[in-house]
Design a protein around this ligand. Structure first.
Ligand SMILES: *Cc1c(COP(=O)(O)O)cnc(C)c1O
Length: 458
């Protein structure tokens, strides 16, 4: 008999979870104004809000914490971290920052000028925010396949070369760089193929435009290249990552994802001019260039995290778990963005709560229902998150209305996945009876989803 799959680690330390009753959850959710961001974490049984900074560190990472050098300048921790970044990505110049958006802030302060245009495959919200805050424009050039949630293609995060070339042609001399995000978070953690990375970079370079890789899930992207793209099956994750970065000019990284640390980020490049330019913004925003907003112990843990999370077994364990949950949903017929990506499932709420009108926010309603059902916290990536049109002030109902369930790295077991799937099935089975959603009582003018206050409609 063939041996079944099992995790590539065992558990040394546990954190107790607290279950709750439906009655308690009804009360808590009401107090949170039907916004799960306002819940206390202790009111949540299984937390799928985000995979950012929520991973479990290994014993080796914790051991590295003890070896941290907290010297202000020139700490051994910095050099350990710098050596690892050089080894994995092949970039000589490294600037640590406290998280991914801080890396964007430092780099873009140097690179982005008013009126610039920055194309990208679905910029992450903070990336877009940092571009728009500088009165520049972020233009999405993701392939059209990404918009069809039922379409099964292996690299749905890819750049559309036609869309990209149009932007490059129409904005000659006004594009400081292109952002290539791996995996493509916004469209569901969907990977970008090596072929597409190569062709995207060649096209940008033809127009003299450098490429910055937004790298939060670079290791998961490497895993998908290894398992899905011809010619890469026999390469190691580290070899694949090295090739990906050989095409781009610079990277920004949120280490809270594939670095498997709770806080951290960095910029790396071989462009000395960019390094010198960005460095000047690191000091006032983040701190001196050998710590950049991070403790010595955190730099050590990150160096170790990068090393172990670019090993195949570690990634296989992770992606296997996400795919296991997806297979359960297949069994129950629950629609999600297909094929499942690396870090999360995106449930197509429009197709589940068909009786809830758009104006009453189906994905937010589904998020509330799942929490009430079993204390599981997902999050809405839909019409509330889309904010209002800046000109007409109308709600934007043009995009997808999804509920995202992120899976933290090395935190939950497959038994927890079973609970998530069963809870979703229970909600799905009574979907026809759910006819009313939620209404907005109060909202912020921008990024309203974090603080919005809602009312349940009867
Ligand atoms: C999380 C993330 C960021 C921002 O990083 P933070 O560490 O949350 O500041 C940027 N880009 C992508 C693709 C991300 O997933």
């Amino acid at each position: 008999m063939e041996l079944p799959f099992a995790e590539a680690w065992k558990i040394k330390m546990i954190e107790p979870l607290r279950k709750s009753t439906r009655q308690e959850r009804e009360q808590w959710l009401k107090e949170a104004h039907y916004n799960v961001f306002m819940l206390k974490a202790e009111q949540v049984y299984i937390d799928c809000l985000t995979d950012s900074g929520t991973g479990a560190m290994s014993d080796r990472q914790w051991a590295e914490m003890m070896l941290g050098d907290e010297s202000y300048a020139g700490a051994t921790s910095f050099y350990k971290f710098e050596t690892m970044v050089r080894k994995i990505f092949g970039f000589q110049y490294v600037i640590p920052t406290h998280q991914g958006r801080a890396a964007e802030n430092v780099l873009f302060s140097y690179l982005v000028k008013e009126g610039n245009v920055v194309p990208g495959n679905a910029h992450f919200d903070t990336t877009k925010g940092h571009i728009e805050a500088r009165k520049a424009k972020a233009i999405d050039v993701t392939c059209d396949e990404a918009r069809d949630t039922m379409l099964e293609v292996p690299f749905k995060g890819n750049v559309s070369l036609e869309k990209l070339e149009r932007v490059l042609l129409e904005n000659k001399g006004n594009v400081p760089f292109m952002v290539l995000t791996v995996t493509n978070n916004t469209v569901g953690g969907q990977p970008v193929s090596m072929k597409n990375i190569r062709e995207t970079c060649a096209l940008c370079h033809k127009y003299g435009v450098p490429v910055v890789m937004d790298s939060a899930r670079f290791a998961e992207n490497s895993y998908f290249i290894k398992t899905r793209e011809e010619g890469y099956a026999d390469k190691t994750i580290k070899e694949i990552a090295r090739e990906m970065y050989s095409y781009v000019d610079c990277m920004t990284m949120s280490a809270k994802k594939d670095g498997v640390v709770n806080m951290g980020g960095f910029i790396a490049t071989n462009n000395k001019e960019w390094y010198e330019g960005a460095k000047l913004f690191c000091i006032p925003f983040e701190g001196f260039i050998t710590y950049g907003g991070m403790n010595g112990r955190d730099l050590n843990a990150l160096a170790q995290g990068l090393d172990e999370n670019t090993e195949f077994d570690m990634l296989e364990t992770r992606i296997h778990q996400v795919q296991y949950l997806a297979s359960k949903l297949d069994e129950y017929g629950i629609p999600y963005q297909r094929p499942v990506g690396g870090h999360a499932l995106f449930i197509d709420a429009d197709k589940v709560l068909c009786n809830v009108p758009k104006e009453e926010f189906p994905a937010q309603t589904l998020t509330c229902e799942l929490y009430l059902e079993a204390g599981i916290r997902g999050c809405e990536i839909g019409y509330i998150l889309a904010d209002r049109d800046p000109v007409t002030r109308e709600n934007r109902f043009g995009g997808l209305d999804l509920m995202r369930l992120c899976i933290a790295r090395r935190v939950y077991t497959d038994n927890h996945m079973n609970v998530i799937a069963a809870a979703l099935k229970n909600v799905y089975d009574r979907r026809d009876k759910i006819t009313r959603g939620v209404a907005i009582e109060w909202e912020a003018p921008l990024m309203r989803h974090f603080t919005v206050q809602l009312r349940r409609l009867e």
